[in-house]
Design a protein around this ligand. Structure first.
Ligand code: C2E
Ligand code: CA
Ligand code: CA
Length: 435
């Protein structure tokens, strides 16, 4: 908060605002939040004394209160600040109109102790549900807008009009993510992995998908980076591990040696509690640790190689398998990998997609496979989109393959059917030997 809202006032107000939000959600109506900052109070306090400042604040409040509709409410939330809650504005224009009206009535000079004083205000606006889903987020967005209004010397700014679009849009995604996590908007898709020696499925990677009622399908490439900048990544990872563990039971029934891979992002890797939390989850679900694979990207590990090595060792001690994801895109050498207790390297799809045409790519894939095997690490190629590439990987001695050619990521129910019907499944596996 860069304006002076007292902590206690803020938390009382957030509680009240949340009740308004809940009411609006139930009633399917909008809710507007206006943060009003009075510019010249400090100046006034110094020239005319605090009492003059207090009287001005009280008069401002009265003036604003006079133009409010019956259900609107005004709250003093800081030395120089008010918040206005507008239940059921018809649209954004309505909230802007209220803000304009306030700027207008504050233009009229105030008579304080025989002095004629102009108050001058800046206003930041946010709207439920368009901009945020809960009170805290609405307030923070209105604050971003207000700060922007003060800086740019404009009387009124709507949070959606703030110049720094990236800050606002990732903020909106963040608040929606928080909401999505509580309201089951995320689902896990699974992409099968094939053992190249047996030509049979050996497991699947869990990949999250976000179905947002307003935005539609949001790909993980968009929401994971935003989630990584928040403290949501650990709860999100635990959510996915829990769901994957629950669904694992069904896959396990069809395939005794089936493994499930879950992605761990950098922020989670460096959380001091992550090993214990994951340990507890797999114990609760009774997952055989060796059938859980944790995928960590090469770049995540390089943020702090020493700490990540310690964490990976602790995971290894639990008996879970570790894979290095997107291998080849970072700067880690195989010499570094040798020191890690990893079981698998996943060659990044950028080397695999064109390896049948690009000799350089094929050479990289071959080198990674040979060196990994020297260290007794298995290799999975991701991004296998064609039969020729699958054959080429088989000839190079690659252990596993994952890609659209065999199967795209799919919901758990589809995977269950796929495990029974696909040419790569255990039951029909012999047909797949022919390719
Ligand atoms: P990733 O871990 O490298 O996952 C593989 C990505 O490659 C997936 O994209 C998958 O759909 C895509 N892919 C698989 N086979 C092929 C193929 O043959 N051709 C091509 N062109 N692409 C293929 P997706 O599902 O969009 O996920 C993107 C990234 O988002 C993942 O890359 C991973 O880094 C991240 N991600 C997804 N779900 C999670 C999650 O639950 N937690 C974390 N931390 N990251 C996740
Ligand atoms: Ca992965
Ligand atoms: Ca990858």
């Amino acid at each position: 908060m860069n304006y002076s809202m007292h902590k206690q006032e803020r938390s009382i107000f957030v509680g009240e605002l949340q009740q308004h939000v809940d009411q609006s959600r139930r009633g399917g109506s909008l809710l507007g939040v206006l943060l009003i900052h009075l510019h010249r109070i400090v100046e006034l306090n110094t020239s005319f004394g605090y009492q003059a400042g207090d009287r001005l604040i009280a008069t401002v409040r009265d003036r604003i209160a006079k133009i409010l509709r019956p259900h609107d409410s005004i709250h003093r939330i800081g030395d120089h600040d008010f918040a206005l809650v507008l239940p059921s504005p018809k649209n954004v224009g309505h909230a802007k109109l209220a803000a304009n009206r306030i700027v207008d009535i504050l233009e009229e000079p105030f008579e304080i102790d025989d002095n004629s004083i102009k108050a001058q205000a800046a206003i930041g606006i946010s709207l439920f549900p368009e901009h945020a889903q809960d009170a805290d987020a609405l307030l923070r967005l209105a604050d971003i807008a207000l700060t922007n209004a003060i800086k740019s010397n404009s009387p009124i700014i709507l949070c959606a009009d703030v110049r720094d679009k990236d800050a606002v849009s990732s903020f909106i995604i963040e608040s929606e993510l928080r909401h999505a996590l509580m309201s089951d908007e995320f689902v896990l898709y699974y992409q099968p992995k094939i053992n190249l020696a047996t030509r049979q499925v050996c497991g699947a990677e869990a990949l999250s998908r976000w179905r947002n009622p307003a935005r539609g399908f949001v790909p993980p490439d968009v929401f994971i980076p935003v989630a990584e900048q928040t403290n949501l990544m650990l709860p999100f990872t635990l959510w996915s591990l829990n769901l994957a563990s629950r669904q694992f039971g069904e896959f396990h029934r069809l395939h005794k040696h089936f493994s499930v891979a879950v992605n761990l992002s950098a922020t989670v890797l460096y959380d001091a509690d992550v090993v214990d939390l994951i340990h507890r989850t797999i114990k609760i679900w009774g997952i055989p640790p060796e059938q859980l694979i944790l995928e960590v990207t090469e770049s995540a590990m390089m943020v702090d190689p020493k700490t990540s090595l310690e964490t990976l060792r602790r995971f290894h001690d639990l008996g879970v398998k570790l894979a290095i994801d997107d291998f080849g895109t970072g700067y880690s050498s195989l010499a570094y990998v040798k020191k890690l207790p990893v079981d698998e390297l996943k060659i990044d799809k950028s080397f695999v997609l064109n390896m049948d045409k690009d000799k350089g790519d094929a050479m990289i894939v071959r080198t990674v496979i040979d060196m990994a095997h020297n260290f007794e690490i298995a290799v999975t190629a991701e991004g296998v989109e064609s039969q020729p590439i699958l054959e080429q990987l088989g000839e190079l001695g690659c252990d596993c393959a994952q890609g659209f050619h065999m199967a795209k990521p799919m919901p758990a129910t589809d995977l269950i059917r796929w495990l029974q019907e696909s040419p790569w499944s255990l039951h029909t596996g012999t047909q797949a030997m022919a390719g």
